[in-house]
Write a protein that binds this ligand. Structure first.
Ligand code: SF4
Length: 326
């Protein structure tokens, strides 16, 4: 039996717009195993948000699932009745959003929100409150019992994000989707949240799909990483392998641009020149060709397939299929 918890299989998603179909995701394939932490990394516009909303099936009305499946514990979420999807969301699949300032209801105490979120449980209100305090303690909020009666504005940004994690884990989900959960935090709080997430993942043995544009965080937390560019997977593999032996020019440029990898002092942080292509009017051939400093004539002809280079490491670049690989 497969040990995959979540399987994204050849997923292609379009948005119908006045300019024509915008091909937001194309042929996305990867999986998340039970208890594993998988990172998704890429620039804005790479398809991270569409991927999350597709998994949760919380997409805009103009979304069209063109092809593929999103299997969770073997069942295709794209064909599941809405009632069953509602049972899954916030229960077996939970999510932590980017901005802790907007996650919580400002007019309800944290305790009230944490009790309400257990609405599926038949436990008494007192037990739900005890459970809420226990979860606040688990994410490192001091004096949790007393702080249940406080409102979100009485907590710091880092504490609010830890409360959001506590709320996401209160139902002991099999899969936690973390959508850039540290982007709105400063570096110190980011480290604290990452450490806490890792501890909780081990304690609750839930899998985490961690979305970020910050490679340093991905390296710190994840087991595997999927690199996305303009709605497609361009490279995937074990974190250590991808960081030490990247095989796609886009991955290499991302690593070069990561502040943690910059050795010399510079006034301006490096960027990748050029822009993500128009998804309503994709170029023929490799989608990265306009920004790639190693592009060759073949790149403008055919789309490079995602090829397995060694066990667990895949990349979509013609350079890897030449006699003298990169
Ligand atoms: Fe660059 Fe060509 Fe590889 Fe695309 S296929 S990343 S253009 S070398």
């Amino acid at each position: 039996m497969s040990d995959s918890l979540l399987e994204i299989d050849r997923l292609s998603v379009d948005y119908e717009t006045a300019r024509g179909d915008l091909k937001a995701l194309r042929d996305i394939t990867f999986d998340v195993k039970k208890g594993e932490i998988v990172g998704i990394v890429g620039e804005s516009g790479c398809g991270k948000s569409t991927l999350i909303s597709s998994i949760l099936r919380l997409t805009a009305p103009n979304t069209r699932f063109r092809e593929g499946e999103v299997r969770f514990k073997g069942q295709d979420l794209l064909t599941l009745p809405e009632r069953k999807m509602r049972d899954l969301r916030g229960a077996d699949i939970s999510i932590v959003f980017q901005d802790p300032m907007q996650t919580h209801n400002p007019v309800l105490s944290v305790g009230r929100q944490m009790v309400d979120i257990q609405h599926r449980s038949s436990a008494s209100r007192a037990d739900k409150r005890r459970r809420a305090a226990q979860m606040l303690g688990a994410v490192g909020i001091p004096d949790p019992e007393a702080r249940l009666d406080q409102f979100p504005h009485e907590f710091s940004g880092g504490m609010r994000q830890r409360i959001a994690i506590a709320m996401a884990l209160i139902s002991e989900p099999s899969l936690l989707i973390a959508d850039e959960p540290t982007t709105a935090l400063d570096a110190t709080l980011e480290v604290q949240v990452i450490e806490r997430l890792r501890e909780l993942q081990q304690e609750y043995n839930c899998a985490i799909l961690f979305i970020s544009h910050h490679l340093g965080v991905i390296a710190e937390l994840c087991d595997r990483v999927v690199v996305m560019y303009a709605g497609a997977v361009v490279e995937s593999g074990e974190v250590r392998e991808i960081f030490h032996n990247p095989k796609h020019p886009y991955t290499r440029r991302l690593i070069d641009c990561d502040p943690g990898h910059i050795k010399e002092r510079a006034r301006v942080l490096p960027t990748i020149p050029g822009e993500v292509p128009d998804l309503a009017n994709l170029p023929q051939g490799c989608i990265f060709q306009d920004r790639c400093d190693q592009a060759m004539p073949r790149c403008a002809g055919d789309v490079p397939p995602l090829t397995t280079l060694k066990v667990g490491h895949q990349a979509a670049c013609w350079l890897n299929q030449m006699e003298d690989p990169v």
